[in-house]
Design a protein around this ligand. Structure first.
Ligand code: MG
Length: 158
């Protein structure tokens, strides 16, 4: 049967943390990177700092059993980030999620990649766009197209 997964729009990582606290224990948090943890076009050294800080922050939450930072982009100096991740088709195997049932939350700015990954994983999708002013036109277009999918694949949640 066709399923829909929960979607919620959040404004900051603080909201993500609050949401995770409502999920219970053993949460797997999958984060998109560009425009979710780091603004587009950020300097390379700042990128490394921001991504590592975010991973450390969520790994430090007792309810979180795993943090996965996942980008379709190239490696950029964060060894624990999964690069060229092939979202939304990333396999559970690649994510190390085989064989166990988790509560999974996917956090990202793009419905077409991050949102559909959440749908495939039957995870909750938290839509977080940290910078919608300076993003590349292609990214903005992708987000507009993605909105058409919202009612098909997702149901809003409080
Ligand atoms: Mg992104």
């Amino acid at each position: 049967m066709f399923h829909r997964v929960r979607i919620r729009h959040v404004r900051a990582l603080d909201d993500v943390e609050t949401f995770i606290e409502s999920m219970g224990s053993d949460v797997v948090a999958v984060f998109d990177v560009d425009n979710t943890l780091a603004p587009q076009g950020v300097a390379p050294d700042e990128f490394v700092i921001l991504v590592n800080e975010a991973i450390d922050r969520f790994e430090g939450l007792p309810l979180v059993s795993r943090v996965i930072a996942l980008t379709n982009g190239p490696p950029r100096g964060v060894e624990r980030m999964i690069s060229r991740g092939n979202k939304p088709w990333t396999t559970r195997r690649r994510l190390g999620l085989r064989g166990r049932h988790h509560r999974i939350v996917v956090v990202g700015d793009q419905l077409l990649t991050d949102g559909l990954l959440a749908w495939r994983l039957r995870a909750t999708f938290l839509s977080l766009v940290i910078d919608d002013q300076n993003e590349a036109p292609r990214q903005a277009t992708m987000r507009r197209v993605g909105r058409f999918l919202a009612g098909i694949f997702f149901r809003s949640t409080q």
